[in-house]
Design a protein around this ligand. Structure first.
Ligand SMILES: Cc1cc2nc3c(=O)[nH]c(=O)nc-3n(C[C@H](O)[C@H](O)[C@H](O)COP(=O)(O)OP(=O)(O)OC[C@H]3O[C@@H](n4cnc5c(N)ncnc54)[C@H](O)[C@@H]3O)c2cc1C
Length: 280
């Protein structure tokens, strides 16, 4: 007799992003200055990988990490392998370049269908809440809709997975409150950072990952409709990127040596700006 595993396979979606703490905007062209900027795994996605690995530790399921990006995104998948995921897929082809969230979630949902065909039943898709470059938080919901999976966003705890009932119970982190929700599997989760503390890869695993072969799925393999991928399949265009100008601060008086004088100047300035009035 064969018993159905509680979880068979979890797919985790990871994006390689420029380290935005080091990205600057060229004020003349309004484009990002990327030269010399290191690429990292989107920080939210490190928590997605960790949560998938915790499910693997708990239920013995298999984990596949997928990323859509240029060939150098293989580095992010190597990190996933070093951390302990079982399989990786780099979705890379020039025709996928310039994708907005509509095209990205279309391609990723088709990739997940293909993972299911090639690697067996997928029970969960785990995404980060959002990326630190595009920042839209739309890709997870877009995948769920296309695959007709239950969507659970802003998850800060997986409370239970019931294999017999095929359900998952999670806690969602909402503004000023928490919400506990039970949904049917298969489901697509987007995670907040508070869910876990990502582990570090062990040195032998890092060495193994450095030389591992990274499977690349291009459009010759996926055979997706060209009008729905890349720039052609992307109705959203970023018209301009700019850093908002910050108001400059003003130092009034000499607060260190003459605090009373500085306060008097501040009050005068607030009255001038009609921000306070002095009662008679
Ligand atoms: C500065 C900037 C601004 C942009 N603004 C927009 C915009 O306003 N509208 C728009 O449609 N597009 C925008 N884009 C394009 C956007 O980067 C792509 O659409 C991108 O592929 C997905 O959008 P996102 O980064 O916002 O992902 P989000 O929806 O924020 O990502 C959520 C999660 O989805 C998964 N995921 C996202 N992308 C991938 C991927 N390529 N591979 C694997 N998993 C992934 C990850 O788990 C991630 O944590 C912008 C890009 C940049 C650099």
């Amino acid at each position: 007799m064969t018993t159905r595993k509680t979880l068979n396979r979890v797919v985790v979606a990871v994006k390689q992003v420029p380290d935005t703490t080091q990205v600057k905007v060229d004020p003349a062209t309004g484009t990002l200055i990327r030269e010399g900027v290191p690429f990292i795994m989107n920080p939210f996605d490190t928590h997605a990988v960790e949560e998938a690995l915790r499910l693997k530790d708990r239920f013995g399921c298999l984990v596949t990490a997928v990323t859509m990006g240029p060939p150098n995104a293989a580095a992010t998948l190597r990190r996933c392998l070093a951390l302990g995921v079982d399989d990786v897929v780099l979705v890379s082809d020039r025709v996928f370049g310039g994708a907005d969230t509509l095209a990205t979630s279309y391609v990723l949902s088709e990739v997940i269908r293909r993972v299911e065909k090639e690697q067996g039943r997928v029970d969960l898709v785990i995404c980060g809440k959002q990326t630190i470059d595009g920042d839209t938080a739309q890709v997870g919901p877009g995948i769920a809709v296309r695959l007709n999976y239950c969507l659970l966003t802003l998850v800060d705890r997986i409370l239970d997975i019931n294999g017999a009932e095929r359900t998952i119970t999670v806690r969602r982190k909402l503004e000023g409150r928490r919400e506990v929700v039970r949904a049917l599997l298969p489901a697509c989760l987007t995670l907040v950072r508070e869910i876990n503390e990502p582990r570090y890869p062990k040195v032998p695993n890092r060495l193994m990952a450095e030389t591992a072969e990274i499977p690349v799925w291009d459009n010759q393999f996926l055979q997706l409709n060209l009008s729905r991928v890349g720039l052609k399949g992307s109705p959203t265009h970023v018209k301009k990127i700019f850093a908002p100008e910050r108001a400059r601060g003003e130092v009034l008086g000499d607060a260190e040596n003459d605090p009373e004088g500085a306060v008097a100047l501040l009050i005068k300035r607030l009255i001038e700006k009609d921000l306070i009035s002095v009662g008679r």
